[in-house]
Design a protein around this ligand. Structure first.
Ligand SMILES: Cc1cc2nc3c(=O)[nH]c(=O)nc-3n(C[C@H](O)[C@H](O)[C@H](O)COP(=O)(O)OP(=O)(O)OC[C@H]3O[C@@H](n4cnc5c(N)ncnc54)[C@H](O)[C@@H]3O)c2cc1C
Length: 439
């Protein structure tokens, strides 16, 4: 057992709670400070996929063209609000510069390391803590209306299988509805990744909170951190809306809001909020059993015993808190175009969340370069629920100085220090081109 550290976790989302869990398991005295309510931000209403199938990043050849097309399509899942926001435009330029073939493989390898380790750790967590989170091993279906688009996915499926051993099984045309009878029989086809799983994220967060409490973790809600007090290359204390606090180590897990502290920590945390929405409905009588993504409209549907969630969109509209009704209508339309029986019943919840998006599609997990006892754990984009466990474990290892269970280098904040070579040092290590359907 490592020495007993006093750890303060800033942010009570999946990443903060995951870090708190592994720190407490290592014997640390842990306090979670949450500005609002624990588990109510982006970790609440997401789609709950635990998806190693998502190893390939968005930053791939062809992505920029798709972004440009989307800007002229009012029904597109992607929306960038035209406005004066230099940080956003710089972020977008850097995203565009990453969309090269040679970048795909190293990023995918680093994403896969987190995803694969997380899957294993989730199974351990569920077994050890007897968590009831509606976990199911039904895989994930990538559904296409167009037979041509279905066929075009083949090269991506092959590359994912070849490079990461992830199985993707094709179900052309009517065979798709044989696998998932809730789907219409006139669709182009689908690819099934049988090794993905899913859970209900609000249940996950509630279950985690009770485990944390049983471990002795102190959870303080309505406690927003406002500033770090830095000196001698370390954070000495933090200021919060509930007074100042001291600790040995501070974990910055404030999701999309983490960049607020970049200036004080004297480092770059290039995260933009990628706003998504979801609606939750009662489980339909003839609803799907397998979670699925309607690929042409980028709308996802997740079935649980307790309901059905439909979610999507990636809006770059800043830290906007409104619900765009048009988006909700698009979800219902996409569901009606793919499901034999369109979902009905009262909408139980309408929700938005800010995905913490980095422009290189990798999270930031590592010490702040100029405050060695502040560990940043943010920027998990579209896979924060999927990578919660490995991130939490890695954070605890970095905090305690024990050998990390996976190479932390690709997630380090040093990659944004362009004067020191940025990502070049680790990117070279995994330089084998990967083919994708987008090439
Ligand atoms: C529509 C949608 C669908 C998604 N589907 C999936 C999916 O299927 N699978 C998957 O893996 N991921 C999915 N995601 C992404 C996933 O939800 C996020 O990656 C993840 O929730 C991020 O977790 P987090 O803990 O970093 O952030 P959050 O959950 O946002 O938590 C950050 C917390 O920090 C708090 N905070 C902020 N500032 C302060 C401060 N100053 N002081 C104290 N506290 C502060 C906030 O209040 C918040 O509670 C989806 C996202 C969306 C929007």
């Amino acid at each position: 057992m490592a020495k007993r550290l006093n750890a303060i976790v800033i942010g009570g989302g999946a990443i903060g709670c995951g870090a708190a869990y592994y720190l407490a398991k290592q014997g640390c005295q842990v306090r979670v400070l949450e500005a609002s309510r624990v588990g109510r931000a982006c970790s609440h209403g997401n789609c709950g996929y635990i998806c190693p199938s998502h190893a390939l990043p968005l930053t791939a050849p062809g992505a920029v063209q798709r972004v440009v097309r989307a800007m002229f399509d009012k029904d597109s899942a992607l929306y960038i609000k035209p406005r004066f926001d230099p940080a956003l435009w710089l972020w977008l330029v850097r995203f565009a510069l990453r969309c090269r073939r040679r970048n795909v493989r190293p990023v995918a390898v680093a994403r896969q390391a987190l995803l694969a380790s997380s899957m294993q750790l989730y199974r351990q967590l569920l077994a050890e803590e007897s968590l009831d989170v509606e976990w199911e091993d039904r895989g994930l279906l990538f559904v296409y209306k167009s037979p041509r688009e279905f066929a075009a996915y083949q090269s991506t499926a092959e590359s994912v299988r070849r490079d990461f051993g992830i199985e993707m099984i094709p179900y052309p045309g009517e065979r798709l509805a044989e696998l998932e009878p809730a789907l219409r029989s006139d669709l182009g086809g689908g690819w099934h990744c049988p090794t993905d799983s899913h859970l209900r994220p609000d249940r996950l967060m509630a279950a985690l909170v009770s485990v944390l409490r049983s471990q002795g973790v102190e959870i303080v809600e309505q406690a927003a951190v406002t500033a770090f007090d830095i000196g001698g290359g370390r954070a000495r204390s933090i200021h919060t809306t509930r007074g100042s606090m001291t600790g040995d180590v501070f974990i910055l897990a404030a999701g999309a809001e983490s960049p607020v502290f970049a200036k004080q920590l004297d480092c770059r945390i290039p995260i933009q909020p990628g706003k998504g929405y979801s609606i939750t409905l009662p489980r339909p009588e003839r609803g799907p059993n397998i979670p699925m993504i309607f690929e042409e409209s980028h709308v996802a549907a997740t079935p649980w015993q307790s309901g059905l969630r439909i979610g999507s969109t990636m809006e770059f509209v800043g830290y906007d808190r409104s619900i765009n009704r048009r988006r909700i209508e698009l979800f219902m339309r996409a569901a009606a175009e793919h499901l034999a029986q369109p979902p009905g019943g009262p909408i139980q919840e309408e929700w938005y969340g800010w995905r913490p998006m980095t422009y290189d599609e990798l999270p930031c997990v590592g010490p702040a370069p100029r405050a060695s006892n502040v560990i940043v754990a943010a920027g998990h984009g579209m896979i924060g629920i999927s990578t919660m466990t490995a991130t939490g474990k890695l954070v605890s290892e970095l905090a305690l100085g024990i050998e990390p269970h996976l190479d932390p280098m690709p997630y380090s904040l040093n990659r944004f220090n362009y004067l020191q070579g940025g990502t070049r040092h680790w990117r070279k290590q995994a330089q084998v081109p990967v083919r994708t359907a987008r090439d």
